[in-house]
Ligand binder design. Structure first.
Ligand code: PAF
Length: 274
């Protein structure tokens, strides 16, 4: 397995990688959810193709500097996990080699990213689109795998690829959960034992609410269930149209119930499709 830090070296190394190149973009702190993305990438690349994993805590997609600083960076164990999964190349750049100090171009999506995480984390999806497009260009990947847990991110990236004619196939992977239902996330490792024990309530709240018929009851039920815990602070909880991601008050079209919940400064997201 090759580990490359500089974009210039990446360009050279890429030309030696055989077959279909499939990228798994990550911010590291790899868990079982990421490993499943890597396995899907391997399956997609086929026996003669190549799997690339990028590990980069992208500073321009964070709205709070404390969140970037606190983001876990266990590089040695991440590299061991990639090696173990048969990854061909890991790209792990420094922020200084990804962004010029006077950079002035940003990729911005204006519709799907307007609500939910886009509303409560201004600039987040601009940062995601910009880094993902750069990673696509740097790796020259033919396909890339993204988790459905970040469904808004997935929708925004699909829209970017569609609108900018980016020749990369976007492959979704279902949300991977802990046995108690908590969606896997690198942020889970920052929960205290008490918070970790409480956090499965997010998925339980969404599941219970999803069995109701009335949109207002659904929202109220999920909100109450989450707020019953003194450890939680709801960032948002919304019913949205699954295609446009705009708020909805009916269930006449496929609908998503989505939430972001803080445990102190650790922000967890989850959703359920109704
Ligand atoms: O989902 C993530 O881990 C990040 O948003 C991504 C896609 C790697 C871009 O930094």
């Amino acid at each position: 397995m090759k580990v490359v830090e500089s974009p210039a070296t990446l360009r050279q190394e890429i030309s030696t990688l055989p077959g279909k190149r499939v990228l798994v973009p990550t911010m590291g702190a790899l868990h079982e959810g990421h490993l499943q993305l890597i396995r899907l990438a391997r399956q997609t690349a086929g026996p003669h193709g190549s799997v690339i994993v990028s590990i980069f805590v992208n500073p321009i997609q964070f709205d709070r500097p404390s969140d970037v600083a606190a983001y876990p960076r266990p590089m040695d164990s991440d590299l061991a996990a990639c090696e173990n999964e048969g990854v061909d190349l890991v790209f792990a750049p420094q922020a200084s080699s990804m962004y010029h100090p006077d950079r002035s171009i940003t990729v911005s999506e204006s519709l799907l990213s307007s609500g939910l995480c886009g509303a409560t984390r201004p600039g987040h999806f601009d940062g995601v689109c910009t880094v993902v497009l750069k990673l696509f260009l740097l790796t020259g990947c033919h396909a890339a795998v993204f988790g459905e847990k970040d469904f808004q991110q997935l929708a925004v990236i699909r829209r970017m690829v569609r609108d900018l004619d980016v020749p990369v196939e976007i492959i979704p992977h279902p949300t991977v959960r802990e046995p108690d239902g908590l969606a896997m996330s690198s942020r889970n490792s920052r929960l205290s034992p008490e918070q970790r024990a409480d956090a499965p309530r997010i998925q339980q709240a969404l599941k219970n609410a999803a069995s109701l018929k009335n949109p207002a009851d659904i929202l109220a039920s999920a909100r109450n269930h989450i707020q019953t815990s003194p450890l939680t602070r709801i960032d948002y909880i919304e019913l949205i149209d699954a295609e446009t991601l705009q708020p909805t008050t009916t269930l006449s079209r496929p609908t998503i119930l989505a939430t972001a919940v803080f445990y102190n400064d650790v922000r967890l997201i989850d959703h359920i499709t109704l």
